[in-house]
Design a protein around this ligand. Sequence first.
Ligand SMILES: [Zn+2]
Ligand SMILES: [Zn+2]
Length: 63
Amino acid sequence: MTTTTKTADPAALEEGQRCPIAGCDGTVVLVREGDCACHIAPPCPACTDAHLSCDVCGKERRP
Ligand SMILES: [Zn+2]
Ligand SMILES: [Zn+2]
């Protein structure tokens, strides 16, 4: 994933960002299904299947 441009798309969350859900103090985290293996064969399935999710309300956002 590249971050060459910044957009105003509210769905374009970034890891570490505060949860956009009103009233939620959670943090958006990148959830991977397993260990990253990009050093072997990028992009690895763990990264391609990764999704952003709030660690409090669990709201998931796919890029
Ligand atoms: Zn990876
Ligand atoms: Zn939340």
